[in-house]
Design a protein around this ligand. Structure first.
Ligand SMILES: Cc1cc2nc3c(=O)[nH]c(=O)nc-3n(C[C@H](O)[C@H](O)[C@H](O)COP(=O)(O)O)c2cc1C
Length: 326
């Protein structure tokens, strides 16, 4: 299940994005954005957890550090049909640190173990952890090895490891995805030391060559930004990584299915197509006319048109569009 996955990304991997990614790959595991226990316990559960049956397999990522709250949230996640509950121990944002969860939890392996145990006790689906290889300037391998060892003892069998440290002070979350160096060898070492655990690697992976190299060393690869910006890459994953070449896709057929989905979402939930289309803007990257296609689908002046009309415009040649005073 963890061979290929698309990373949890706040504001990006919402249900619309996941529906889109699922059209591109049947087998890739998809993660939600992080949902905090507070949002689930005090907020609008349906708004945070609703998803389409077609999205499976889909994992709910939780943010929190109170075992009882996490257990309650994990249970809700299972009730809503998620295939996995994942705990975020990798996010370095200050807001998350103030809530004392995310990457700073790597300093508290026994608390993470308590959190995992509390969740494992109340759900049947796998409880997994996403974390970094260290925090701040701690570069010793023992630190991450002991973290994984302690958390595994509590019942977590799957670790998704972002192969760089999180620097909790002085870097923005964005810089924390770019500045601390990638050290894939640490993740490979974890797999060697814990052969029975499932270990997936994350961070900076953009090509099939690197995916293949990683799959020779670890069990899975999680891709974040590259999957979002160049989604058509996903369309080759079923054949390449799951030996399933059964579905023939074209960018056009995916766009058409997205238009049907936009119409369905508007009818059933009042969702505007604009908040769905933003996730598919990279679909034609690399093709002639990609820029114009992207401009049409992101043109707020077209917001009043129904999505099938927008698709028509996006597909017309620039000269014709000029005549239509686009
Ligand atoms: C916009 C954005 C939002 C993110 N939000 C989350 C999040 O909610 N939870 C999480 O664990 N990681 C989050 N991440 C980190 C990614 O899951 C991933 O670990 C990171 O981008 C490195 O992978 P990549 O180099 O393939 O993008 C986010 C990344 C981005 C770009």
């Amino acid at each position: 299940m963890w061979r290929m996955s698309v990373a949890p990304m706040m504001d990006w991997t919402d249900k619309h994005c996941r529906f889109f990614h699922r059209l591109l790959s049947q087998h890739t595991l998809l993660y939600t954005e992080m949902v905090t226990t507070g949002a689930l316990i005090h907020g609008d559960v349906k708004r945070h957890l609703r998803f389409e049956a077609q999205e499976h397999p889909v994992a709910l990522q939780l943010g929190g550090s109170e075992p009882a709250d996490l257990a309650q949230s994990a249970h809700l996640g299972q009730q809503w049909g998620y295939d996995e509950i994942n705990l975020n121990c990798g996010c370095p944002s200050e807001r998350v640190q103030r809530g004392a969860f995310g990457a700073c939890l790597m300093n508290e392996a026994s608390l993470v173990a308590d959190c995992v145990k509390a969740m494992v006790d109340v759900v049947d689906v796998p409880v997994t952890v996403k974390h970094r290889i260290g925090i701040d300037k701690i570069e010793s391998y023992d630190f991450v090895r002991d973290f994984v060892g302690t958390v595994a003892e509590a019942g977590c069998e799957v670790f998704i490891v972002h192969a760089r440290n999180a620097w909790l002070k002085g870097l923005s979350p964005k810089e924390n995805r770019e500045v601390p160096p990638l050290r894939y060898e640490v993740v490979a070492q974890l797999k060697r030391d814990f052969p029975r655990l499932t270990i997936a690697v994350n961070g900076g992976i953009k090509t099939d060559d690197v995916v293949q190299q990683q799959l020779n060393q670890v069990d899975g690869v999680m891709v974040g930004r590259e999957a979002y910006h160049n989604p058509w890459w996903l369309a080759s994953w079923d054949a390449l990584y799951y030996q399933d070449g059964s579905i023939e896709r074209s960018r056009e057929s995916v766009e058409e299915q997205m238009v049907l989905y936009m119409e369905h979402e508007a009818r059933e939930h009042g969702t505007h197509w604009y908040s769905i289309a933003r996730h598919m803007l990279g679909l034609r990257n690399g093709l002639a006319g990609a820029r114009r296609w992207r401009q049409v689908w992101s043109d707020h002046k077209l917001k009043t048109l129904p999505p099938h009309e927008v698709m028509k415009l996006a597909r017309t040649k620039p000269v014709q569009a000029e005549a239509l005073s686009l």
